[in-house]
Design a protein around this ligand. Structure first.
Ligand code: FAD
Ligand code: GLY
Length: 389
């Protein structure tokens, strides 16, 4: 493979959904941008996800992450539309909404708790009795007691979204270097006046005054390789498995959650069920036990699930920082170095707002979103206060 030696305005380390979306926005603003991806574009967590855009279904409280997720959800319809127009790829953005089922006494308590805080906060959540919920989705388990409906919790086909992002970014002038590993960050200057000047890759040096680390669960490995000593910045992989089945008509239309699993209908007669959550290190694998537990829990939602033909099984690695929040912002000690990582369970949902925040930071030096809860420096602050996660 040929060597590359080039000068760019911004180099993005990692070609997942986050890196591609940032690259697109920066190139739209006129920057010369390169995305450097070790494998193929969008084949890691961004390929593995369910594509659910569901802050209400996943949140336990109205914390900083919840507000960021809701803000990103509000950008999604326009984001998907713009992307579709530019790329000419339909990204499967669906607005039927999400149901959350109660199937037992314990579920009643959990749904009641969610209803209480979400309703009190004025969020768009509805209570449905079993008959109403079954009218919407006749295939739901007869054990259904009642359900919540989140009309604004939508979905997108994440795999198509990544393809669309790649095309849109290329049209805007982004260069993609695939099968190319970022081995090290190149930093010049003394403490207090350090500046990023590029990256060393497996195919040569790339020079750039801005580097964005968007390497998913490998982000802190990359930072550590380069002696960027952000204390306690550790992004770890949280393994999740999925099972997709073929579902003949009549299909399911809503995302459906129970307290133990979720099912996601895709256009074209496929339903995805997930997921598991394990610490297996960086190894991806579909285990017999993992797939069996997903099928059993999906069957509790849709009793016919276990009889359907399996289309595909897969696993992926969610990038999780120590406190479970994304890491978004500039490195205080190295000018030009920016982090966009740690999106954990919500990276597809958080893509539009991450691209907006990071492009604002790179282009204007400040973001319209309050970033202190997500600052890369928070780990150092927490460590100094003896509260490191
Ligand atoms: P990735 O997609 O992992 O991309 C990082 C890229 O960086 C990879 O392509 C990798 O090869 C590359 N890379 C790493 N190191 C280097 C290097 N040194 N040099 C070059 N390239 C490098 N989120 C939602 O919002 N909704 C969902 O429904 C949802 N469901 C999920 C279900 C599962 C089972 C899983 C696993 C995740 C789910 N997520 C969901 C989370 C979401 O998938 C992630 O948060 C998101 O994809 C993270 O995107 P990313 O671009 O940061 O990471
Ligand atoms: N957000 C769904 C998952 O991470 O499994």
């Amino acid at each position: 493979m040929s060597e590359i030696h080039k000068q760019f305005d911004a180099a993005i380390a990692g070609g997942g959904i986050i890196g591609c979306a940032i690259a697109w926005r920066l190139a739209q603003a006129g920057m010369r941008v390169v995305v450097i991806e070790r494998g193929d574009i969008g084949r890691e967590a961004s390929h593995a996800a369910g594509g659910m855009l569901v802050p209400l279904a996943e949140a336990d409280e109205a914390d900083d992450l919840f507000h960021l997720c809701v803000a990103s959800r509000a950008l999604y319809a326009d984001f998907a539309h713009e992307l579709q127009q530019v790329s000419e790829i339909s990204v499967g953005y669906r607005t039927e909404g999400t149901l959350y089922l109660s199937l037992s006494d314990e579920d009643d308590e959990e749904l009641e708790r969610r209803w209480q805080w979400q309703h009190a906060a004025g969020l768009n959540v509805k209570r449905l009795n079993a008959d109403c919920a079954r009218k919407l989705e006749p295939q739901i388990n007869d054990k259904l007691r009642w359900a919540l409906k989140f009309p604004d919790d939508h979905q997108v086909n994440n795999r198509l979204l990544v393809q669309a992002l790649r095309i849109a970014a290329q049209k805007a002038g982004v260069e993609f270097q695939t099968q190319t590993e970022v081995e090290r960050l190149l930093i010049e200057g003394q403490a207090g006046r350090k500046q990023i000047v590029g990256v060393q890759t497996s195919r040569g040096e790339i020079r750039s005054q801005t580097v964005v680390i968007a390497a998913g669960c490998w982000s802190s490995l990359l930072a550590n390789e380069s002696d960027i000593l952000l204390p306690n910045l550790k992004v770890e992989p949280v393994h999740g498995q999925m099972v997709a089945v073929e579902m003949p008509v009549p299909p399911v239309n809503h995302i459906i959650y129970s307290c133990r699993a979720y099912v996601v209908p895709r256009l074209g007669g496929v339903v995805i069920a997930g997921s598991t959550s394990d610490k297996f290190g960086f190894e991806k694998r579909v285990t017999a036990g993992g797939a069996a537990s997903i099928i059993e829990r999906a069957q509790e939602i849709l009793p016919g699930f276990g009889d359907l033909a399996i289309r595909e099984t897969w696993s992926g690695l969610r990038p999780r920082a120590g406190d479970g929040l994304p890491v978004l912002g500039a490195d205080d000690s190295v000018a030009g170095l920016v982090y966009a990582t740690g999106h954990y369970r919500n990276g597809i949902l958080l893509t539009p707002i991450t691209a907006k925040i990071i492009s604002e930071l790179v282009l204007k030096g400040e973001s319209s979103v309050q970033l202190s809860p997500f600052s890369p420096q928070r780990f150092a602050r927490l460590q100094a206060a003896g509260q490191a996660p």
